[in-house]
Design a protein around this ligand. Structure first.
Ligand code: ADP
Length: 598
């Protein structure tokens, strides 16, 4: 018997026991482990084939027998399969893309089929049989190419592959070369299958050991958890700082008001409190918006709207924000702006308002320019809106970071300018949701130009004009009766107090159940203001139950702190007549009272 067959047999026995242990233990499932499993099986089959062909020959088979030739081909091609799998394994360690691996697999199968079709021959010397011929040469050449590719891969990715991961390659090179020299000196000592088995075992102890892999995965999971925790801590400290600033103003001015007797000073300080509250509200809304976007819970609600009205409102709001600042506000709105568009006007407005607000905030003097142009194709209108300013500008290095959460620049310069660094992050995400784009062009110290483009459908004839409503003239509402439903006593007090200034009679209840009881008892109201987030029975649930009561037709207004952008549309969809967000804006309250208490 060949000495080689003894090596192969012992390798087969050891590897089979080893495989049994490997497959019985729980393993982590990833691409490299999958390839390793295949390598293990292929090596066992390959060793089995080596032994089979050798023993078959010793038993006196006719070497021209087709079946024997076929099995010899399978044995030889095993070296190719093994080398290919090993290369694939290294690629997986280097995190090459799945697509690349797929292409590799297709090429591999094609070459394998061609290989099996190539001719094989045998040379007999000293009662030893050695396969020769075109197929054998091609297989050896391919194995050599794979070895070169392995080395290339490891050199290119040496940073990613720690030394232990390279050990099997070193082993393959050293043992493979030794085996090759031995094979030339004595063909009986051609032990490549044995070498492959050895490498498989080395791989297990260096990288594939399930215990080590398990620990690796646990470490990755721990690092991810730590990262998430750090992000949360950063977020909380950031927010705590941002919220404290307006709170400080609210708290400070409230204390001053308590000690002040001059009504003009009191009014002035109350106005400052209102401004700080508004700022606080914007921060909270920003956080809610971004968390909703990141949780993929933000929907784009498309309705028909009048773009010109939206831009008029934006201009009005920006003028109010400019106030006394020495800024020229230039506005150029395209004449050919369609009368009606279909899209999410709430978000479109939010995006542009954010750019305009930033322009006002970061420009001390000079100008702000709003340009609106359109490009129309079929029934789609591309709105191209640019907001230009002569403000502080943004450094080139910071432009890439502009749309990341909480990024604020030039803090020494911007110390007194309020902001959270959330606005542009929200803007970018909203634009992504609307398939829009934003481009920034800025020269530090000179000014910036933000351009957004959003595609909106053109509507020729408006069906349900859910367009921005005009303010209605004030009418007398004295003596009307309003029911306020809120689980929070302070909120009940604020709403009741505000309504009392209009000489309206109010009744206050602190749960949805009490509200239903009041209606079922036959009490009549002109309007119901309903909080939503109440324990046991929410505002929406209460509203649904109210509608089941026969003859109920009182207008119900959602009065809720659930106030992020888009919520109004949500409540209207549920069937509420209107919506007021908390904290209550007096103008909004008046609009609702004027509309429903006629
Ligand atoms: P915020 O204004 O609340 O800080 P944003 O996300 O809207 O947050 O903006 C992030 C940062 O980008 C700002 O803090 C500011 O440094 C910079 N920035 C945004 N717009 C402008 C602008 N028009 N001019 C100069 N800097 C700007």
């Amino acid at each position: 018997m060949d000495i080689g067959v003894y090596f192969s047999s012992s390798a087969l026995i050891i590897l089979s026991i080893f495989a049994l242990r490997y497959y019985l233990k729980p393993r982590i499932k990833n691409i490299e482990t999958e390839i390793y499993s295949k390598l293990l099986i292929v090596t066992i089959i390959g060793l089995g084939l080596e032994i089979l062909t050798c023993v078959w020959f010793k038993m006196g088979v006719n070497i021209d027998d087709y079946v024997y030739k076929f099995f010899s081909k399978l044995t030889i091609s095993y070296y190719f399969v093994w080398s290919a799998l090993f290369y694939n394994y290294l690629s997986a360690l280097c995190k090459y893309s799945k697509k690349r691996q797929k292409i590799f697999n297709i090429i591999f199968i094609l070459i394998y089929i061609v290989l099996l079709c190539l001719p094989i021959d045998f040379s007999k010397a000293n009662n030893t049989i050695t396969p020769i011929g075109l197929m054998v040469n091609v297989v050896y050449a391919l194995c050599f190419i794979f070895t070169i590719l392995d080395i290339y891969l490891c050199i290119r990715n040496h940073k990613r592959l720690i030394t232990s991961k390279l050990t099997p390659l070193y082993a393959l090179l050293i043992l493979g070369s030794l085996d090759f020299i031995l094979g030339v000196v004595s063909p009986q000592l051609f032990l490549i299958g044995y070498v492959f088995a050895l490498i498989i075992i080395i791989m297990f102890f260096t990288i594939e050991n399930p215990d080590v892999k398990m620990i690796e995965q646990l470490n990755i999971a721990r690092e991810q958890a730590e990262k998430a925790n750090n992000a949360k801590t950063d977020f909380l400290s950031n927010m705590s700082h941002e919220i404290r600033t307006p709170l400080n103003a609210i708290d400070g001015f409230s204390q001053l008001i308590l000690e002040e007797n001059n009504i003009d000073v009191i009014k002035d300080e109350a106005r400052d409190i209102m401004a700080a509250s508004q700022n606080l509200l914007e921060i909270v809304n920003g956080i809610l918006d971004i968390s909703k976007i990141e949780a993929n819970k933000l929907e784009i609600v498309k309705v028909e709207y009048e773009p010109r009205k939206i831009f008029d409102e934006l201009v009005k709001l920006t003028k109010a924000r400019i106030g006394e600042k020495p800024l020229e506000f230039r506005v150029n709105i395209a004449e050919d702006l369609p009368t009606y568009l279909n899209g999410d006007y709430v978000r479109v407005k939010q995006v542009i308002l954010n750019l305009l607000t930033n322009a006002v905030k970061y420009t001390k003097e000079g100008f702000i320019e709003l340009n609106v142009s359109t490009v129309k194709k079929d029934n789609v209108c591309r709105l191209i809106v640019s907001v230009k300013d002569s403000g502080i500008g943004i450094k080139k290095d910071n432009i890439d970071k502009l749309f990341s959460k909480f990024e604020r620049f030039d803090l020494e310069k911007n110390m007194t300018i309020e902001g959270t660094g959330l606005g542009l992050a929200i803007t970018k995400k909203l634009l992504d949701l609307m398939h829009g784009k934003i481009v920034v062009d800025s020269v530090y110290g000179k000014g910036s130009n933000f351009t957004v483009s959003i595609d909106q459908k053109i509507v020729n004839k408006v069906s349900t004009a859910k367009v921005v409503e005009e303010e209605k003239p004030k009418i007398s509402i004295k003596g009307k009766k309003v029911l306020i439903v809120d689980d929070n006593l302070i909120n009940l007090k604020v709403a009741g107090r505000l309504l009392s200034t209009y000489k309206i009679t109010t009744e206050e209840v602190s749960s949805g159940f009490e509200c239903i009881n009041k209606i079922e008892e036959g009490n009549k109201y002109d309007l119901i203001l309903m909080d939503d987030m109440m324990p046991k029975l929410s505002g929406v649930e209460t509203f649904k139950k109210l509608q089941e009561i026969e003859g109920f037709n009182t207008p119900v207004i959602a009065l809720t702190a659930n106030a992020i952008a888009g919520m109004k549309e949500n409540y209207l969809k549920q069937g509420f007549n209107d919506y007021i967000s908390k904290p209550i804006d007096k103008k909004e309250l008046e609009r609702v009272l004027n509309t429903y208490l006629k």
